[in-house]
Design a binder for this molecule. Structure first.
Ligand SMILES: Cc1ncc(COP(=O)(O)O)c(C=O)c1O
Length: 371
């Protein structure tokens, strides 16, 4: 198995801990341990105080899987496998795919969502998002035309990283309908689910809609706890989940004991954490709205429909690569160039979930205006 380097992760590895402001982070402002403990219910606080740092149950702590199942409408704790989010992608792809399988994946994408399929010897079709006036859009006709007898899997990610695109329910239903007719699996990366700006726009999780649907979620984004390294797969396909559990014995075997208990606390306090994050994102989105009006000669911007990221485009003669480099070297601000998504044409990702977004944005504007 041979992978190309994970361009985004290599970029973050180089700069994330070396700069003062991250203007492209996809994880909203992290909670401190103290903040999380202050949100804890009595039972999980007792579990934390009595915690033994032993091996944990491979499938995940029963109370954790119960809290996870509670975030879906039809999922039982037995339908959940706890794993690190990135690990869960790796496990699911390895268990779903064989060399020669055809995979269709939304594009641009978090690289592992298509890279692992490619490295397993699958034939990959990129299903591109395109700009239609004020919105990002997915062409269902392209999906229908791409499906073939050997298509095994469709990979989707809504709310989408890096564009902030969120399709209408009818689009999701149409994807589902095309998949169901051919018995194709859907792997749905729902890491940013519940960060919709209005609750009516929230799409159902794929594991609640489709017997061959696999939902990926976790605590890194929506719950502001990336340091817990905690996520999960949820699917009604018990055979597939069992094969994922067997595979996990060769990755991490079981989860981290402290993370599991802190995860139970976080899920139980989910609504409060999400409300906090949406508050930060909304305030930053308002600043971004004003910024892109002031800077309309320099950028085009499709306002995100959900989640903490979006993908503006620089219009001026300056290349995004040069802008990113200049900001890093002279201002200690990190912007993520679209190139890391193999999505050139002067796009860059902007992250709206951090508390220092106003300072970072002001530095970007001053840099552009040469002040
Ligand atoms: C869409 C998407 N899926 C999965 C992941 C992986 O999450 P984690 O870094 O917590 O493993 C990320 C992280 O950026 C992501 O953006």
């Amino acid at each position: 198995m041979q992978f190309r380097p994970f361009a985004l992760e290599r970029y973050f590895a180089k700069y994330e801990f070396a700069v003062e402001h991250l203007l492209s982070a996809s994880d909203p402002e992290s909670l401190t341990l103290q903040e999380l403990l202050a949100l804890a219910d009595t039972q999980s606080l007792a579990l934390w105080q009595e915690l033994k740092l032993a091996y944990t149950e491979s499938q995940g702590h029963p109370l954790l899987r119960e809290a996870i199942a509670g975030t879906y409408s039809s999922i039982d704790p037995r339908d959940v496998l706890v794993a690190v989010p990135e690990e869960a992608i790796f496990i699911a792809m390895n268990c779903l795919l064989r060399p020669g399988d055809h995979v269709i994946a939304t594009f641009p994408a978090y690289q592992s969502l298509h890279e692992i399929a490619g490295s397993l010897g699958c034939r990959l079709t990129r299903w591109p998002l395109s700009q239609n006036g004020e919105r990002w859009e997915l062409d269902l006709g392209l999906l229908a035309d791409s499906l073939s007898d050997d298509t095994r899997l469709i990979v989707i990610n809504f709310p989408h990283n890096p564009t902030g695109f969120l399709p209408e329910r009818a689009t999701l239903d149409a994807i589902l309908d095309l998949a169901r007719r051919r018995g194709v699996y859907i792997f749905s990366d729902e890491m940013y689910r519940r960060l919709e700006y209005t609750p009516e726009r929230r799409l159902p999780a794929i594991c609640d809609l489709y017997e061959r649907g696999v939902s990926l979620s976790g605590l890194s984004k929506t719950f502001s706890l990336p340091g817990l390294r905690l996520g999960w797969l949820a699917t009604a396909d018990r055979e597939l989940l069992a094969s994922c559990a067997v595979f996990k014995d060769y990755t991490t075997i079981c989860g981290s004991a402290p993370s599991e208990i802190l995860g139970i606390m976080a899920l139980r306090a989910g609504e409060r954490i999400i409300a906090r994050n949406l508050g930060i994102i909304r305030a930053n989105l308002h600043l971004a709205d004003e910024f892109f009006v002031r800077q309309q000669d320099r950028f085009t911007w499709l306002r995100p429909q959900a989640g903490p990221v979006c993908l503006p485009r620089l219009l001026s003669d300056l290349s995004v690569a040069a802008l990113c480099e200049g900001l890093l070297e002279r201002k200690s601000v990190m912007l993520l160039p679209g190139e890391v998504f193999e999505f050139g044409d002067n796009y860059f990702r902007l992250g709206l979930g951090r508390r220092d977004f106003p300072e970072g944005l002001a530095i970007l504007e001053a840099y552009l205006d040469g002040t």
